[in-house]
Write a protein that binds this ligand. Structure first.
Ligand SMILES: [Cu+2]
Length: 345
């Protein structure tokens, strides 16, 4: 076996070379750690809260001596401020008296006194008297919680209600009740990935304005089931069996928007996903919390560029590296090599 000493003593720096390389590698791990490359904080999910719509509408009603309201049935979207534009076409006075209590149909066999007592006891949303030929307006806000309610209106002039002068305002489901905003990104995420909608009546209408912050096309697809987590592997077959509450295509291109208008049948947690292949699997989903408290908001992100554990870890790595480098530069390597047995010839 050839003795190493046969080639003469190895220079100390050459003997130390592997240790120096190892030390540089360790120090190299520490430098990017200090820079935060391994401690990059995840994006913080925000929570979007649905708010009532603020639409306004004008509804024209004629009051006649037949006596009738024309039309006698009106549709108003929940969340709408409605202005009733009232015109008395007749030669008698009439009133437009919109009852405060929803979903009550008054009995036309009541006497005028009984009708007056009911209105006095239960209140009205509007109560306007119109002299013959006059015109007046009444403005009433039907907030989001009135979705699917029906309000009756009557004339309180004696015996007009009993003769058929009444009608109904239907608060419809076909138009906005609550509004929310959602965004899509090219990093396969919904921002926010939690929406909160609080309602007192069900079902109610929720309109979500989805804006594309990136360039990729997406879908906004809401599961019909509550408290059920979809799987990237089975959502296609799931939606074939259980159609989503809504599924809209979010057009590609930054700034593109689309409305997702749908009816929420009841409280619970609804998952929404992007159906574009691969997007859901990459984390493109969120949850709609309906009358359910969302999870507590995440802790505020640290404003420190370098977090404590990153500093400690990188400090240890740098220390080990510096110690090894200094030791090998001074001593060569461990253990010390055997002394040469004999001088070279
Ligand atoms: Cu997508």
């Amino acid at each position: 076996m050839k003795e190493p000493s046969a080639r003469g003593p190895v220079p100390p720096l050459r003997r130390a070379a592997p240790w120096i390389v190892a030390a540089v590698l360790l120090a190299g791990l520490g430098v990017p750690a200090v820079g935060g490359a391994f401690g990059h904080p995840a994006s913080i999910p925000a929570i979007g809260v649905a708010r009532p719509t603020n639409a306004t509408t004008v509804l024209a009603i004629n009051l006649t001596d037949q006596p009738r309201f024309a039309p006698s049935t009106l549709n108003v979207s929940a969340g709408t401020t409605a202005t009733f534009d009232l015109v008395n076409l007749g030669n008698y006075s009439h009133t437009f008296t919109l009852l405060a209590r929803p979903n009550v149909v008054l009995n036309t066999s009541w006497s005028p006194a009984e009708l007056d007592r009911y209105v006095a006891a239960n209140g009205s949303l509007a109560n306007v008297s119109l002299a013959p030929g006059s015109r007046a307006t009444a403005t009433v806000t039907f907030n989001a919680s009135t979705g699917f309610d029906v309000f009756e209106f009557v004339s309180l002039v004696p015996y007009q209600f009993q003769a058929g002068m009444y009608g109904f305002v239907d608060i419809t489901s076909s138009a906005p009740g609550l509004l929310a905003s959602e965004n899509t990104t090219d990093s396969y995420s919904f921002v926010p990935n939690a929406l909160v909608a609080n309602a007192t009546h069900f079902p109610f209408n929720l309109d979500v304005l989805v804006t594309n912050l990136g360039n990729l096309g997406h879908t906004f697809t809401v599961s019909p089931w509550t408290n059920y987590s979809l799987s990237p592997a089975n959502f296609t077959t799931f939606f074939q069996a259980h159609p989503p509450l809504v599924s809209v295509n979010v057009p590609s291109g930054a700034g593109q928007t689309v409305w997702a208008n749908f009816t929420v049948p009841g409280p619970g947690v609804y998952q929404y996903i992007c159906q574009v292949p691969g997007h859901f699997a990459n984390g493109m989903y969120g949850f709609l919390y309906v009358d359910v408290a969302p999870p507590p908001p995440p802790a505020a992100p640290s404003t420190a560029i370098i977090q404590g554990w990153v500093l400690v870890g990188s400090g240890v790595l740098l220390g080990v590296g510096i110690t090894l480098a200094a030791t090998t530069a001074y001593m060569g390597r461990f253990p010390r090599p055997p002394e040469p047995s004999e001088p070279s010839p």
